[in-house]
Structures are given as structure tokens and as C-alpha cells.
Design a binder for this molecule. Structure first.
Ligand code: C5P
Length: 296
């Protein structure tokens, strides 16, 4: 029987600027997404009904899981998918509630995997609006690499890949809920787009030597909720990170280092200083979700 396998990467936000509040309750943002080398995997084979099992992190495996919601959305919106079933197995490597986009990446993985498994005649451009309905970060994972997100974050433009860089990812033993972080945000929300003009932001990153514009406007709220995340961030800066920031709405804090830096030993030092945190060396990657035949 045909079985397919999706590798679903994590992301960090190299910059996240909140530029306004919207009538629909969301916030208008401009963000620079970057896929990173930390993965969930999703395996699917044809079956009579739709079932999901989850291995790894304690994540909901019922109808609320974004993988199941993605499958149900395909069935609802695509006549060819009606009545199709699949046995899905999700193996979590990306911590949940961590600002790394794990659930969103899994949802994008489910859309791509099931489109292929069920032989649906959907183009990538047909999947984008479905992805956006599942969550603001989901469309990014259809694209991956380095990309600009606008609107809620769901309007994605692929950018030339940044030169590969090593990263340290630090996830504390708790997650943060995105709605709570946005609700806590009380700083002026009219940053204005003039100082966030996108080409300079990107070019400065690509040159690799100017991170002045790279900030995360959600940090104010995140640090109000969990001050220890600021301590971790400052420690990464002291270790020589070119850029140290909270990713998205947290709780992960990352440090972006110069090519050639031994991030494994920095991660090990940081684990010593911050007991209970999961600290990993990683690197930027130039892809989104990858689907291939399962080999087992
Ligand atoms: O789109 P997603 O389901 O990931 O968003 C989760 C929550 O985060 C939203 O319900 C909203 O409270 C908040 N959010 C926001 N502005 C965004 C993205 C998310 O206010 N751009």
C-alpha cells in the first residue's frame, strides 16, 4: 500500500513588527519567517476512515488537532476528497506552544500529504487559502525557506534564501498561548510601516551585518508574562549571537550566530545555566514541508 511521509520544519521569526489592530480582532503584522532544522514528521496511508495517532510531545490527537482540521477542511472544500480516509501518524520533534510553528507546519504537511495521497487535482495556489483558514502561520510552511509574512502573517512572499547560519533554540518548560500574548500587548500599536520598509530589512539581513531593524514587537508582552525569557535572550547575546529574540509569541528564544560558530557547545553551556530548558543547536534551512514516499 502507498504510504507517504511529510517532513515538517519549525520556523523562527527573524523580525516581527506589529503595525496595527484589525477590526476582526487580529493584529496586522510584518514578519520575516525563517525555516529551521527541527522537524515533526507526518506519515499517511490510505484507510477507510480518518484517524490520527501522535507520538512524542503530549498533543491533542482528536478533532482539535490541526492535522485533523486540515483533513476535514480538504474534505469539506474539495469534492474529490469527500469520503476519503487516511491513517495518519504524527511524530512530534517540535515543542508545542513554543512559537516555532509546529502545529502550523503539521497542518501544511497534512494539506500537501493528503492532496497527494488522495490524488486531488489541487494546485499549490488552491491550498494557500485553505492554509490561511487553518492558522496565520500555516501558509508559510507551504513555501518555507526565508519569506515575508504580511496581513495576519498569512500573506506570504518567498524571498531569496538567507545564507545558512547556525542557531541556538531555547524552549523553557512551559508554552505561551498566542492569544494571551497578543491580548497582553499594550504598547502603541501604530508603529507605522514607514520604518519597516521591507527591502532594506531583508537586504540588511542578507548582508548579515545589520540587525538593527530586527526586533520582535511581541517581546514586551512576552517578557511581561515571563521575565525569565529576557534573561535567556540576554545570555545568548553575551554568548555572541548576532541576533537574539523571542520567536513569534514565544516561548522559544533563539540566537542567530555567525557561520562556523560551534552552536552545540553554546547550547550545552546554556543548558547548564538554564536547567529545565530544552536547548538545541540548529541551523536555517531553505525549504518548507517536504513530501516523499515513506520508506519503512
Ligand atoms: O491565526 P492563529 O489561529 O494562529 O491565531 C491565534 C490567535 O492569535 C488569534 O486568535 C489572535 O488572538 C492572535 N493573533 C493576532 N494577530 C495575528 C495572529 C494571531 O491577534 N496576526
Amino acid at each position: 500500500m502507498t504510504a507517504l511521509h511529510a517532513s515538517c520544519p519549525a520556523k523562527v521569526n527573524l523580525a516581527l513588527r506589529v503595525v496595527g489592530r484589525r477590526p476582526d480582532g487580529y493584529h496586522e503584522i510584518i514578519t520575516l519567517f525563517q525555516a529551521v532544522d527541527l522537524w515533526d514528521t507526518l506519515r499517511a496511508e490510505l484507510a477507510e476512515t480518518l484517524t490520527l495517532t501522535v507520538e512524542g510531545d503530549a498533543v491533542e490527537s482528536g478533532e482539535a488537532n490541526l492535522v485533523v482540521r486540515a483533513a476535514r477542511l480538504l474534505q469539506a472544500e474539495c469534492a474529490e476528497a469527500r469520503g476519503c480516509g487516511a491513517r495518519l501518524r504524527l511524530t512530534k520533534g517540535i515543542p508545542a506552544g513554543a512559537g516555532l510553528g509546529g502545529g502550523s507546519s503539521d497542518a501544511a504537511g497534512a494539506l500537501l500529504l493528503l492532496t497527494r495521497l488522495w490524488g486531488l487535482t489541487l494546485r499549490p495556489s488552491d491550498l494557500e487559502p485553505l492554509a490561511a483558514r487553518l492558522g496565520s502561520d500555516v501558509p508559510f510552511f507551504l513555501v518555507g525557506g526565508t519569506a515575508l509574512g504580511r496581513g495576519r502573517g498569512e500573506r506570504v512572499d518567498r524571498l531569496p534564501a538567507l545564507p545558512e547560519r547556525p542557531l541556538v533554540l531555547g524552549s523553557p518548560p512551559f508554552g505561551l498561548a498566542t492569544p494571551e500574548v497578543y491580548a497582553t500587548l499594550r504598547s502603541p500599536l501604530t508603529v507605522g510601516t514607514a520604518d519597516v520598509t521591507v527591502p532594506p530589512l531583508f537586504v540588511k539581513f542578507a548582508e548579515g551585518n545589520d540587525f538593527a531593524l530586527a526586533r520582535n514587537d511581541l517581546e514586551v508582552a512576552v517578557f511581561q508574562l515571563r521575565a525569565e525569557l529576557a534573561t535567556f535572550r540576554d545570555s545568548l547575546s553575551q554568548m555572541g549571537a548576532d541576533l537574539a529574540l523571542v520567536s513569534g509569541s514565544g516561548s522559544t528564544v533563539f540566537g542567530l550566530f555567525r557561520a562556523g560558530t560551534d552552536v552545540t557547545s553554546i547550547a550545552s553551556d546554556m543548558r547548564g545555566k538554564f536547567p529545565g530548558w530544552a536547548v538545541r543547536g540548529s541551523r536555517t534551512v531553505d525549504s518548507g514541508v517536504r513530501v516523499a514516499p515513506a520508506v519503512e
